[in-house]
Design a protein around this ligand. Structure first.
Ligand code: GLA
Length: 634
């Protein structure tokens, strides 16, 4: 009972192929699973907000400093606005006891002192909980930590013998997670990866006898040197332990700085995944961190967010003398659904910066329930325009001037996916002023400024959404990347770790090039098939499977084919659409240059739609495909 519709083979629901058995999926990663595989465990339906001790104090942290900042968060009303995590970063541990129990540095955290010397953070977390806040803690997935490796002159490093200074989770996941969550009552854990990276046999840390060897399975510079399955499995062990000992709204933050191709799988394991090395209070470094997350919108969803690192508003290029930069930094983080983790010493933060943290309109954008990370709709190294689709159907739009000269920018209704013949109303999210335009408007953006608005208009697609507008509902479960490559578009700042301009400078290191993209090919080109451009759509490599949450839409429409930019002009690609595991439609095999196929698929009653692009024996990187204008519609 199948019928041919244009280029498309449609299977009526009655005759649809039964759900693929689970085992089929083990052999065929493109077999439908009928489920949303990105992580939804834990308490991160919207990006976490709060405060972290690191940028303010590094390892020179103590109880008084943390609780004083917590008090400011409550007293100034920031807590009521959503800032609720108070996270203790590195610097809290004393040593690991012979029986494996971790001990707190009680001279710095006096409330942790116990009569038997076992120490307990419970009074500390009780205090935070009583203030209506939540408590976060830091650890490392290896035996040793970042400050032990890279900050030998830092204060408060663990003390004692080699074994006593092994304070990381390695070999102690069960015991530590039980202690931190079950006994001490923490809600949040940030887990670093230095212990998996810095303690190789030939490192001075090991040859000096200070630390035990752990053969590196992470490499920040070279993704091919990482043991990705092993790293992933270790984080999986942490997550399993959290399920046993944490309350249901625990938060797991992966901190391996975009290494080990974590872009592709971190979203399946944790609630946050760092996309780059540490931020510093420098404009260039902020650009690096922003770029590392800003072109990964499809890899962030409610429950699993891209993390370009904590806010550095309050220092250096983002202090009270640089309000343009400070506001840009905050607005950009809000737009891309980054966690809003304040990193300044709140005891001394001036009111003008507190006002930035407290901007309720921007917080609302960041915390919007739809969870759509902003998508770049205009992208240059000078000016960028990002648009984020809100749950109301309105848009938030940011115009970001990265350059050192003022820029006159045209914002068009098309950027917003609104009709060009209807009025668009803008509300400035800094001063609340409103304005309107039809078609396009010209906006002056000062050097380093980010203009940011809420925009209401008439949707160009009246009866539904383009999937590139709703990245929070699209999960590249398999993105077709066969050999992860560093993304060359990420700003390369001078190294924050010294070295000046000696050597050749930092190379591109953050894998992600070739990942699925909204409104662009995996390599950042406009979508184009058989000579025609598609301003909207999803670009992905062949050998891919996208999971899409369907919110009661009746049909999926798209124009699909191999993108004109494909190097491989010979291999045919078959496009398949599944609904809750059942094949709803498939195209004939399409090669580069062929007339694209029109899809119009009945999705009524379907929860998860899966979009598969299948090509036998193809190298995905040579075969970008385009789901042009792909939309869910009423
Ligand atoms: C790494 C992390 C930082 C911070 C330090 C602590 O560098 O990326 O965010 O946690 O470790 O040593």
């Amino acid at each position: 009972m199948s019928r041919v519709f244009g280029n498309l083979l449609l299977l009526g629901c009655a005759t649809a192929i039964a759900a693929a058995p689970a085992r089929a999926h083990e052999k065929d990663p493109l077999a439908p699973t009928a489920r949303w595989s990105a992580n939804t465990d834990g308490g991160a339906a919207t990006p976490p907000m709060g405060w972290n001790s690191w940028n303010a104090f590094f390892t020179d942290v103590d109880e008084e400093k943390v609780l004083a900042s917590a008090k400011v968060i409550v007293d100034t009303g920031l807590a009521a606005k959503g800032y609720r995590y108070v996270n203790l970063d590195e610097g809290w541990w004393d040593h690991r006891r012979a029986d494996g129990r971790m001990l707190v540095r009680a001279d710095k955290f006096p409330s942790a002192r116990t009569a038997d010397g076992a120490t307990s953070f419970r009074p500390f977390t009780d205090r935070l909980h009583a203030m209506g806040l939540k408590a976060g803690l830091y650890s490392d997935l290896g035996r040793n930590t970042c400050a032990q490796a890279y900050g030998p002159n830092e204060v408060n490093l663990p003390r004692g013998s080699v074994a006593e200074r092994e304070v990381g989770l390695y070999g102690h996941i069960e015991q530590d997670i039980r202690l931190y969550f079950g006994e001490w009552g923490f809600d949040y854990i940030k887990i670093d990866g230095c212990g998996l990276r810095a303690y190789g046999a030939d490192s001075a840390l090991v040859t000096s006898g200070r630390y035990r060897e752990l053969p590196p399975i992470l490499n920040l510079e070279t993704v091919s040197l990482a043991d990705i399955p092993r790293v992933r499995a270790l984080f999986g062990d942490v997550k399993d332990a959290l399920k046993r000992y944490a309350t249901q709204d625990y938060l797991l933050s992966l901190c391996i700085w975009g290494s080990a191709n974590v872009r592709a799988w971190g979203k399946d394991v944790g609630n946050l995944s760092r996309t780059s090395d540490d931020i510093t209070p420098d404009w260039g470094r902020m650009l690096t961190n922003f770029d590392s997350a800003a072109r990964r919108a499809l890899y962030a969803h409610p429950g699993s967010w891209n993390d370009p690192d904590m806010l550095f508003v309050g220092k250096g290029d983002f202090d009270e003398h640089h309000l343009v930069e400070a506001r840009s930094h905050f607005a950009l983080w809000a737009m891309i659904n980054a966690p809003l983790l304040i990193g300044s010493d709140l005891r001394t933060t001036p009111p003008v910066l507190m006002d930035i943290f407290g901007n309720a309109a921007l917080i609302a954008v960041n915390q919007d329930a739809a969870g759509n990370q902003a998508v770049p709709v205009f992208d240059t190294d000078d000016l960028q325009i990002f648009v984020k689709t809100l749950s109301t159907g309105e848009k938030a739009v940011a115009l970001f001037n990265r350059s050192s000269r003022p820029i006159e920018a045209q914002l068009t209704a098309q950027h917003l996916r609104f009709r060009p013949d209807a009025v668009v109303r803008l509300t400035d999210l800094w001063d609340g002023r409103s304005s309107s335009f039809t078609g396009e408007t010209v906006l002056k953006v000062a050097p380093r400024e980010t203009l940011v608005f809420r925009a209401a208009g008439t949707r160009a697609l009246a009866d539904g959404v383009y999937l590139s507008e709703t990245p929070g509902d699209v999960n590249p479960a398999v993105d077709g990347v066969t050999a992860p490559q560093a993304d060359p578009t990420i700003h390369r700042a001078l190294s924050p770790w010294g070295g000046g301009t000696r050597g050749a400078g930092p190379r591109p290191i953050y894998a992600g090039w070739g990942g699925a993209q909204p409104d662009a090919t995996p390599y950042g080109r406009e979508l184009q098939m058989a000579g025609r451009r598609y301003p909207q759509g999803l670009g992905v490599l062949a050998g891919s499977r996208l999971e899409v949450r369907n919110h009661d839409y009746a049909r999926l429409t798209a124009t699909v084919g191999v993108d004109d930019s494909a190097a491989d002009g010979a291999t045919p690609v078959r496009f398949e659409v599944y609904g809750d595991g059942r094949l709803l439609a498939a195209t004939r095999p399409l090669r580069r240059g062929a007339t694209p196929a029109q899809l119009a698929v009945d999705t009524r009653g379907t929860r998860i739609v899966e979009l598969v692009a299948r090509a036998a024996n193809a190298v995905g990187e040579r075969l970008p495909v385009s789901w042009g204008d792909v939309a869910l519609r009423h």
